[in-house]
Design a protein around this ligand. Structure first.
Ligand code: IDP
Ligand code: MG
Length: 209
């Protein structure tokens, strides 16, 4: 199956319940690639366009009130068969019917406040993506393409260098302090051999080292 793009909306209930990260994480963990994302308010006009097919349905006024009530997160995800994969991950429309393991099944039980929208066909995806995003708001990128050197920027490199310089100078200071107290001075192998066994050294000098 071909690479596809799909429009996903995290509905007002997802934002209000602080589930944006949890839901996005499920899509990312599956391997879907984020190519566009924004926090926004759905206007009444946009609700009419987005839910055009449902405008005659009895639940439409309530749906429109809900979707325009507070911010949503709109995103475009890309991946192999992304449209069907996302629909499967979302689960059945009503939270009370949705299977455990799906987003709607795991995070909600309401039929109207069902957390997430996903395009249901390539035609719908194309139309819906254009309702929410301008072409330049969708970014082309390849996973793993970030330059490796940027992980350790100049500030971090400088900090690590000065930390190791400080550690070297502390160890020099300790060595010179030890040398001023003969009993604590570390002895080299030749000195130890000249003065006898380690046990004798301990007995005669009291140096436990
Ligand atoms: P979908 O979101 O799974 O594609 P649709 O049938 O396209 O489901 O319905 C769009 C949205 O309208 C649903 O996600 C849900 O929020 C709402 N909705 C659908 N049917 C009902 C209903 O019978 N009562 C209340 N809200 C409904
Ligand atoms: Mg639908």
């Amino acid at each position: 199956m071909a690479m596809e793009r799909t429009l996903i909306l995290l509905k007002p209930d997802a934002v209000q319940r602080f589930l944006v990260g949890a839901l996005l994480s499920r899509f990312e963990s599956k391997g879907l690639k984020l190519v566009g994302m924004k926090l926004m308010r759905m206007s009444p006009e946009l609700a009419d366009k987005h839910y055009e097919a449902h405008r005659a349905k009895p639940f439409f006024p309530g749906l429109k009130r809900f979707m325009t009530s507070s911010p949503i997160v709109a995103m475009v995800l890309e991946g192999r068969s992304a449209i069907a994969v996302c629909r499967k991950m979302m689960g059945a429309t009503f939270g009370s019917n949705a299977e455990p393991g799906t987003l709607r099944g795991d995070y909600g039980i309401s039929n109207s406040y069902n957390l997430v929208h996903g395009s249901d066909s390539p035609e719908a995806a194309q139309k819906e993506i254009a309702l929410y995003f301008r072409a330049e708001e969708l970014l082309e990128w390849k996973p793993g393409s970030a330059p490796r050197r940027s992980r350790r920027g100049p500030a971090l490199r400088g900090l690590l260098r000065s930390r190791s310089a400080r550690a070297r100078s502390a160890s020099r200071a300790l060595r010179s302090a030890c040398e001023r107290v003969p009993v604590l001075a570390p002895r080299n192998r030749a000195e130890r051999a000249a003065s006898g066994s380690t046990a004798r050294t301990r007995a005669t000098t009291g140096n436990p080292l």
